[in-house]
Write a protein that binds this ligand. Structure first.
Ligand SMILES: [Zn+2]
Length: 253
């Protein structure tokens, strides 16, 4: 009898831990696949960069471990973290930018994926502490605002919890400029590099690649003509309306 009880008990333990393990598989797989896109798209060198994938119902996200080369990544190596940056599952240390991801997920409830890279052109604009002006329709097809560059972090914030404060540096910039994180899914962090996000990790990676291209185009535009005008208001309005207006058709073809 006691033996039977023990068998039942151990069986239920096994089942519970399997379910616990399995319930994060989808975000580990999704984070893994999104991370592997970064070197393919030429957005990262060595171990730079990280992507996370959130499950809003479970209140957690999967993120790349710190310092593991891309060719050695596997879905199992992803670390599961909650929106307060506590590790929920995983044997490796999560990315050093984990607290920044956690702040953004906690503050912005509709995002499901975040990307951080040090891609060359976007990072160059961040280092120059400049917004990327909206020069053309490629930019306007994705956002009709200049891509914001958050001012460099204040000394008290640097001395505090740096990665956590980077999250607030981003949130504060959007708040001060009255920007919507659903309209503008990217930012340059002054003297640092870009962060992008989206409803899914795939969209966040897409935004990261778009940002790098727009940053390169804007740089070249200023090389060719240093007083190049911004896209005129009529075209900005046209691009905004075709995406958001009552007769919106952008993305349907
Ligand atoms: Zn960084």
């Amino acid at each position: 009898m006691s033996c039977q009880l023990w068998v039942n008990y151990s069986h239920s333990l096994f089942t519970t831990s399997s379910i616990h393990y399995m319930k994060y598989e989808h975000i580990k797989q999704s984070a893994y696949e999104a991370n592997m896109q970064l070197p393919k798209l030429g957005l990262v060198l060595f171990t730079f960069g990280n992507v996370s994938a959130a499950d809003r119902n479970l209140g957690v996200f999967a993120i790349k471990p710190s310092g593991v080369p891309y060719e050695e990544l596997t879905p199992d190596k992803m670390v599961i973290v909650d929106f307060d940056a506590n590790i929920v599952q995983g044997s490796l240390r999560p990315s050093s930018d984990t607290k920044t991801h956690a702040v953004l997920y906690k503050q912005w409830e509709k995002i499901g994926g975040i990307v951080h890279t040090h891609s060359t052109y976007a990072t160059a604009w961040a280092q120059a502490q400049r917004d990327i002006p909206i020069f053309g329709t490629t930019h306007a097809d994705h956002t009709t605002a200049d891509i914001p560059c958050a001012p460099p972090m204040q000394d008290e914030m640097i001395k505090g919890d740096y990665e956590f404060e980077t999250g607030f540096q981003i949130i504060n910039c959007f708040h001060e400029r009255a920007l919507s994180y659903e309209e503008v899914e990217m930012i340059l962090v002054g003297n640092h590099a870009p962060f992008t996000w989206g409803k899914t990790p795939e969209k966040a990676v897409y935004n990261s690649a778009v940002l790098e291209t727009v940053a390169q185009m804007a740089y070249l535009t200023e090389q060719i003509r240093n007083d190049a005008p911004r896209l005129k208001d009529a075209l900005i309005k046209k691009h905004y309306e075709r995406k958001h207006g009552p007769d919106s058709y952008y993305g349907q073809t």
